[in-house]
Ligand binder design. Structure first.
Ligand SMILES: Nc1ncnc2c1ncn2[C@@H]1O[C@H](COP(=O)(O)OP(=O)(O)OP(=O)(O)O)[C@@H](O)[C@H]1O
Ligand SMILES: [Mg+2]
Length: 380
C-alpha cells in the first residue's frame, strides 16, 4: 500500500498532464532530448509524440537561434538558476510561428543530480496580436494628435505672420492715401492734378484690395474652404483681360502678346485663373525695375493650354527656385528690400493651378530675366 499509493497518484498525475490541452507540457533529458509529450504539445506545436520523442528540443526554435545555440544556453540557465522563463517566437510543424510563453524547470532528485527538465509552453499568439493591435491603435492616435498639434502650431504661426504682414503691407498704401487726402483737404493740389491724384489713390487702394484678397485666399486654402466656380472659358481672353489692366500701370515696360489664334478652352474658375495671370504679370513688372519687354505667349501642347510670361528683369538664382512657391516665400535679395511684396503671390498661383489639374513652370537666369508658364488641362 505504502509503495503502491504514490505510484497511483503518479499515474493519475501523468494522465492529467497528458490530457492538458492548453499547455504544452513535456520533459527533456539532461541533454535536451524530448522524453514525454502531451495533448497540449501536439495541439500547439502540431507534432505527434512519435514525431518528437527522442529528438532534440531545438527543433522548435527558429534556425538563427539554433545556430547561436540559444536552446543550449536556456538549459544552462535553468540548470544554474533552477528555471528559465521567456516569451519568444517558436516554430510549429507547418513552419508557422507562434508567440510562446516558455518555462523550463530543472528537475533534480533528492541527491541534487540533474534528471532532466520540465518544459511548459503556452501559445500567446492571439494575446500578442491583440496587444500589437492595441499598441498600433495607440500609435495611430498619438500620431493624429501630434499632427493636430502641429497643424494648430502652424495655424498660429500663419496667423501671426498674417497680422505682421497686414500691419506692414497695408500701412504703406494707407499712408500715401492719407497724405493725398490731407493735401486735398488743405486745397494744396491744383485742380488740374486732382484726376491724377485720384488715379494714384486708386492704385494704392487696389494694392490693399489685392493684399486682403490674397490673405483671404490663403485662409480659405488653409481651412479647406476653397470653393471653385466651374465654367468653360478661353485662356486667351483671360490673358487679354489682364493685359488691358496691367499695360496702363507699367512704367517703361513694353508688353508684347504672342497669341495662338486657336481657342484655348479651359474648364475651371475664370476669376482665379485671372488672378494667376495677374500675379505673374505683376511680378514680371515688379522684378524688372529697369523696364524692358514683357512677352506673353499663349498656345497649346499635347492636351494642355499654356500662357508664359517672360521678362528681362532681375532673374532668379538657381538656389532660390525651391523657395519661390512657398507661403511667404520672398527671396532674400538686395532688391527685395525696396520692392514691396508679401510672398503670397506665387504660392497662390501654384495652389490654384494645382486645383485645376495644372502647374506653374519656371525658367530663369539671374540677371537676365525669367519666364513663368501656367499650364492647364485643355477642355474640348
Ligand atoms: N519675374 C520674377 N523675376 C524675379 N524674381 C521673381 C519674379 N517673380 C517672383 N520673383 C521672386 O519670387 C518671390 C516670390 O514671389 P511672389 O509673387 O510669391 O511674392 P511677392 O511678389 O514678393 O509678393 P506678392 O506677390 O504676394 O505681392 C519674390 O519675392 C521675388 O523675389
Ligand atoms: Mg508677386
Amino acid at each position: 500500500m505504502n509503495t503502491y499509493e504514490p505510484r497511483v497518484v503518479g499515474d493519475q498525475f501523468a494522465l492529467l498532464v497528458a490530457g492538458v490541452v492548453d499547455y504544452a507540457i513535456f520533459m527533456l533529458d539532461p541533454t535536451g532530448t524530448i522524453v514525454t509529450w502531451n495533448e497540449g504539445a501536439q495541439r500547439i506545436k502540431g507534432y505527434t509524440a512519435d514525431e518528437v520523442i527522442g529528438r532534440h528540443f531545438s527543433m522548435f526554435y527558429p534556425p538563427d537561434e539554433v545556430r547561436n545555440d540559444k536552446p543550449g544556453w536556456e538549459l544552462e540557465v535553468a540548470k544554474r538558476e533552477g528555471r528559465y522563463e521567456e516569451e519568444a517566437w517558436r516554430l510549429r510543424k507547418d513552419g508557422t510561428r507562434f508567440w510562446a510563453s516558455v518555462v523550463i524547470t530543472a528537475l533534480r532528485d533528492e541527491t541534487g543530480r540533474l534528471r532532466g527538465f520540465g518544459k511548459v509552453t503556452r501559445d500567446l499568439t492571439e494575446r500578442k496580436r491583440q496587444e500589437e493591435a492595441r499598441s498600433a491603435e495607440r500609435d495611430r492616435e498619438s500620431a493624429l494628435l501630434r499632427a493636430h498639434a502641429k497643424r494648430m502650431e502652424d495655424l498660429e504661426r500663419t496667423k501671426t505672420q498674417f497680422l505682421n504682414l497686414a500691419s506692414h503691407e497695408l500701412r504703406g498704401p494707407l499712408t500715401v492715401i492719407r497724405g493725398y487726402n490731407s493735401m486735398l483737404e488743405e486745397g494744396s493740389i491744383p485742380p488740374d492734378q486732382i484726376p491724377a491724384v485720384a488715379r494714384l489713390q486708386e492704385v494704392k487702394l487696389a494694392q490693399m484690395d489685392r493684399l486682403v484678397e490674397q490673405m483671404l485666399e490663403t485662409a480659405r486654402l488653409e481651412h479647406d474652404a476653397f470653393d471653385m466656380f466651374h465654367e468653360t472659358f478661353d485662356l486667351g481672353d483671360v490673358v487679354q483681360e489682364q493685359l488691358d489692366i496691367y499695360r496702363p500701370l507699367s512704367q517703361g515696360h513694353h508688353f508684347v502678346l504672342d497669341a495662338d489664334d486657336r481657342p484655348l478652352l479651359v474648364a475651371g474658375d475664370h476669376a482665379r485663373v485671372g488672378t494667376i495671370v495677374a500675379n505673374l504679370m505683376d511680378n514680371a513688372i515688379k522684378y524688372s525695375p529697369g523696364g524692358g519687354e514683357v512677352r506673353c505667349t499663349t498656345g497649346c501642347r499635347d492636351s494642355h493650354v499654356f500662357v508664359s510670361i517672360r521678362d528681362e528683369g532681375l532673374g532668379i538664382a538657381a538656389e532660390h527656385i525651391p523657395t519661390l512657391f512657398t507661403r511667404f516665400g520672398r527671396l532674400p535679395t538686395q532688391e527685395n528690400v525696396t520692392i514691396p511684396g508679401t510672398g503670397l503671390g506665387l504660392f497662390l498661383c501654384k495652389e490654384i493651378a494645382g486645383r485645376h489639374g495644372g502647374d506653374i513652370e519656371v525658367e530663369s537666369t539671374a540677371g537676365a530675366g525669367s519666364e513663368f508658364t501656367l499650364v492647364l488641362p485643355a477642355a474640348f
